[in-house]
Design a protein around this ligand. Structure first.
Ligand code: ZN
Length: 84
């Protein structure tokens, strides 16, 4: 999935309220055990760095490091637009 497509998907999640805004402060970073990335829907290869974010009490999102950065960028962008 292209970076633009990932960003568009993340923006949809923010607008629909599926992605908490602002994002929870707790983020776990560790080695992947081979899960699918929440943002780009591609495999996070086993042993690669993954970020975990709690979306709700029972929903945990796993993200590539780069996709996590895209989520942070999109949420900050959204916050800036709300303040403007
Ligand atoms: Zn990803």
């Amino acid at each position: 999935m292209s970076k633009d497509a990932v960003r568009a998907r993340i923006r949809e999640f923010i607008q629909s309220g599926f992605l908490p805004h602002p994002l929870p402060r707790k983020v776990w970073v560790g080695a992947s055990d081979g899960r699918t990335c929440f943002a780009c829907q591609e495999l996070i290869e086993r042993g690669h760095v993954e970020c975990e974010v709690v979306l709700a009490s029972t929903i945990l999102a796993h993200l590539h490091r780069a996709c996590f950065d895209a989520v942070m960028g999109a949420t900050l962008e959204d916050e800036g637009q709300r303040r403007a």
